[in-house]
Design a protein around this ligand. Sequence first.
Ligand code: ADP
Length: 711
Amino acid sequence: MLLKKANDLLRSYFGYEQFRQGQDVIIQNVLGGNDTLGIMPTGGGKSVCYQIPSLMMRGVTLVISPLISLMKDQVDALDKLGIPSTYINSSVSDKDLRERLSGVYHGKFKLIYIAPERLEAPSFLRLLQQIHISLIAIDEAHCISQWGHDFRPSYLKIQKLIANIHPKPVILALTATATPQVREDIRQLLHIKDNHVVVTGFARENLHFHVVKGQDRDLFLLDYLKKNSGQAGIIYAATRKEVERLHRQLVLKGIKAGKYHAGMPENTRSQYQEQFLFDDIQVIVATNAFGMGINKSNVRFVIHYNIPSNLEAYYQEAGRAGRDGEDSDCILLFAPQDSHIQSFLIEQSDMDEQRKENEYGKLRKMMAYGHTESCLQQYILHYFGEESPPECGRCGNCTDDREQMDVTVEAQKVLSCIRRMNEKFGKTMIAKVLTGSSDQKIRNFGFDKLSTYGIMSEKTQKETVELIDFLTAEGYLRPTDGTYPVLMLTEKAAAVLRGLQQVKRKEKVSVSQVVEDDQLFEVLRKLRREIAAAERVPPYIIFSDTTLKEMSARLPMTGEEMRQMKGVGEKKLEAYGSAFLTEIVRYCKENGIERDGRFDLKNVQAAKPVKQGQTPSHHITYEMWKKGMEIAEIAKERGLSARTIETHLLKCPADGLPVDWEAFIPENYEEIIDEAVKEAGTERLTPIKELLPEEISYFMIRAFLEKQKTV
Ligand code: ADP
């Protein structure tokens, strides 16, 4: 009963058809009066878990969040949905504060967002005792644990607050990042019962993780940004100096980039942040000071130029990509020597020895992530305590089909040169000796007399440095601390020199596009930006990318059809429906797309191959495939991901282009896939995959489901 009501509210206020995994359980728990701990990945939809109950419970919901910038965002978003809310934190002027407090006292709001520091003000606590608080939602609940990566002492005040409010409100603690140790800590500190902990999987089905190593990072970055221009992304670097350097470099190349670090003046920082939120700049280069409370849902990629301190931080930062559920990239540009920066920070901190040891352990696991050759998502999920997570089938390792080349002889040349130079120099000097540079310094050291001098003269110095970077990334060389690390040989290198171990090197990771071009989507995006600018809110608050994509794919032409789009609730339909409908109709007319008034998906798909004379992207893929090219080859040639190419091929039958299903799904697999589908349903792929043997890929499952639709 209650859940049905909750579902109705989800539809009418938020425009979503059904709850996501875990949301319903959490909401039912809360409505049943149970204190609950909900653990959901970023973008999993935690806010709805307290926003819907707040609409159903008498009194107000107090939301405690450490993220000041997020509060404004949330309140703006709630305002657009027609839910009265406010926030109280240090950014609010005295006059506004008085008004808001009076509003709180007079019951004007359903939700009140506060920063935990507010709990230290006795007058505010007295006010809270005078109103009816039915629910306290604690966002980023890991901040209460000293073992978390983001401990906030003022979070400990929450316990006292709870003890002093009568009748006791229901407590809902929420977090996206919690190792089993932190989870247990939160539970005990807030006295939440074991059976009221709801953990949904940590997996983010739309994130594509990649580790790029042994490659020139600057070149990779520029190449990636060029290929993905127009998409929003965050680039994290470890130090302010690095942020400044990268930012300068990108701006020089004509990329619309902003920067953000704690050493910048407050107003410049927030200006850049604002421009990023409003889609006025494409990327932001930042230290980890950026992002807490950034709710921007259309971030399409997060690139880490350096490794972060641990996987909690990594998953949280990387997880800022694709909150709207659209495909997004999370790329780590891995260089082992970067661990020195992190070790230095641990060493310099005022943590006690035990905590330092704990932090070093986490750093080692972060490094191992950079080195692992197995599924990256699986590695992360394992770290967060999931028992036997399946392979994701999307990450750089799962989809790695690069050729391997035997570079043992080249490696031996490099390693033996380093040995002859007594392991006392950095990569530039080593590369100079190998390529036979006439640099005066080399003669001064007498390196031109070494047998390895000029032994790689057929390569450029840059290529040689890249090879050295590769050998470092693979653990044949160990860099010392400092800005200009000296390279030393490892045990692994010794085995190579003795001819006991081969060295295989893969081709470079090539850059691909995260989002396919879609003209109507771009048109709608422009309209969204105009409306957002007029209303002074970030564009994603008007509609998410997912909503615009759906409009572009399904071409709604009446208010009723518009209401069916994911993310279009009553209030937004009223406010923006007609502007978007007008634009869609205009676009269809201009491009000769016909659709009868009825809403029919098949019709829309048939109408989709848009402009006369312009071949849809998946048809181009189809032609190449018909010529006998492999998926990987097509992906490479077109600069798209293999997954995109797969999606293209699966779209073809609906357009009347026949595919050979047996090429996608080996015949003897069909039966077991069929059984698995019957058992797990068709809503999500992962549960199906889990029931099947390893060799059955996600693509085979997707192909099977498509085949069923068309055959
Ligand atoms: P989190 O706080 O867990 O990172 P949010 O609460 O910001 O996630 O939600 C992420 C996105 O998912 C938002 O755009 C939100 O509107 C959307 N969302 C939440 N619940 C649903 C649902 N049941 N169906 C579709 N989208 C949803």
